[in-house]
Design a protein around this ligand. Structure first.
Ligand SMILES: NC(=O)c1ccc[n+]([C@@H]2O[C@H](COP(=O)([O-])OP(=O)(O)OC[C@H]3O[C@@H](n4cnc5c(N)ncnc54)[C@H](O)[C@@H]3O)[C@@H](O)[C@H]2O)c1
Length: 388
């Protein structure tokens, strides 16, 4: 499949066939786009790295600190791909970022790196401020220093794409949707740290003209999500016959999107989004947490009948402080401007997700035991709390 003629260089033509583009398609290596992806070992970042390498003529440099959420097991299938480079490092370390930028000369930075779990931000907010706010600032400064002296198309085509969340907008009432114009009203330390980073990103466009883009996406689900989050936690507990903890009355509404659909949207924004713009991404797929868990239980009854009926395992637990009642995204801007629409509906996406977890029990065990990073996390007690 690989047809590398020369070692990696920017001066010689090196050719590479991209499997997803057909066996005959040969791309000169020096025409490929290079993406610096941060947080590419996490849930969404790893899906993006896999998707980008499968779909596009690109090289990917993955900068990841490998916190508890960073799992190189996610990227085993491409670890020997010559278009992929991994560097363990922190986005807060400007010198490291600067060195990577100078070495790899990327066409774009895509910032997935973050502390992402709301419950953890309630227990200890400091790390969220550090990575999500200061880290984004350091990344922006490094990007600015790299981009400013560029010339011609290299300067014109450079992009800084910041991945954010719908949680920055706060909570909705029973009706209405978040648009790109909805005022920010973050309610958790996680949401506030992401909101701060979004403001910094915006300011670098307004003040320095750095060609930034921001995406605000709704709740993702799919393979490789760390088993502290709602759906992988519930799948795991269904398999083990353990209680399914649902916060409060379970009537909080979330707008679920399959992770690959999110990553395809990010690729579209990268290719054709207008610098300085914000794009909301969502699946128009509103469900209460209780409905989500019940739908999952019905799939588990079919796919893993041992503990059926799984909904008998549902237990209501004390609500999360500051729990937002409803999120729902108006994704008409990205649909109308860039032609993106999700390919999965909730039933098909959830079914794929369940199949993946059932056929990757080793991945789950390694994630829960900490074996993927050579340590033990003691997550079994932590996972008694649901989250979304
Ligand atoms: N999960 C969702 O439903 C969702 C929805 C919308 C937006 N987002 C956003 O998407 C991004 C990715 O989310 P996720 O669910 O994949 O998160 P995740 O927690 O699974 O992964 C985060 C990754 O970032 C890395 N990281 C953390 N701190 C770092 C640092 N200082 N330097 C370098 N790397 C660091 C971790 O090692 C990990 O690989 C986040 O910015 C999050 O706010 C997530």
């Amino acid at each position: 499949m690989l047809a590398i003629i020369q070692p990696k260089t920017y001066n010689f033509s090196i050719f590479y066939s991209v499997p997803a583009m057909g066996p005959k398609k040969i791309i000169p290596f020096n025409f490929m786009k290079t993406y610096l992806v941060t947080g590419g070992a996490g849930f969404i970042g790893s899906t993006f790295v896999l998707e980008a390498l499968a779909q596009a003529d690109c090289r990917v440099v993955n900068l990841d600190k490998l916190t508890y959420a960073g799992n190189l097991d996610n990227l085993k299938s491409i670890e020997n791909d010559s278009r992929y480079f991994f560097h363990q490092g922190d986005i807060c370390d400007r010198a490291t970022v600067q060195a990577l930028l100078n070495e790899h000369r990327p066409d774009a930075i895509i910032n997935f790196a973050a502390e992402s779990h709301v419950d953890r931000s309630i227990d200890s907010p400091g790390e969220f401020i550090h990575t999500n706010v200061l880290g984004t600032f350091e990344l922006l400064e490094a990007a600015r220093a790299y981009w400013q002296p560029l010339e011609g198309t290299e300067r014109e085509n450079f992009r800084f794409l910041h991945i954010s969340t719908d949680e920055v907008y706060g909570a909705l009432g029973e009706t209405g949707f978040f648009t790109e114009e909805t005022p920010y009203k973050p309610n958790s330390p996680y949401a506030a740290s992401k909101a701060s980073s979004d403001h910094l990103v915006r300011s670098y466009f307004k003040t320095f003209k750095l060609p930034v883009l921001t995406t605000n996406c709704s709740n993702n689900y799919g393979p490789r999500q760390f088993p502290e989050k709602l759906l992988p936690l519930m799948i795991h507990n269904c398999i083990k016959g353990k209680p399914l903890p649902v916060y409060g009355d379970g009537l909080q509404v979330r707008d679920w999107l399959y992770v690959e659909d999110h990553c395809r949207a990010v690729l579209q924004v990268l290719e054709r989004g207008r610098p300085g713009q914000v794009y909301n991404i969502g699946g128009h797929n509103e469900k209460t947490n209780l409905d989500t868990v019940k739908t999952l239980c019905a799939i588990m009854d079919q796919e893993f009948p041992a503990n059926a009926p799984h909904d008998s395992l549902i237990e209501f637990v004390a609500d999360r402080p500051g729990h937002d009642r409803r999120y729902a995204i108006d994704a008409s801007k990205i649909k109308n401007e860039l032609g993106w629409t999700p390919q999965e509906n909730f039933a098909s996406g959830l079914s794929k997700t369940v199949q993946w977890y059932l056929s990757h029990s080793e991945w789950v065990e390694r994630a829960l035991s900490g074996a993927y990073r050579g340590e033990r996390l003691g997550l079994e007690s932590k996972t008694n709390e649901g989250s979304s």
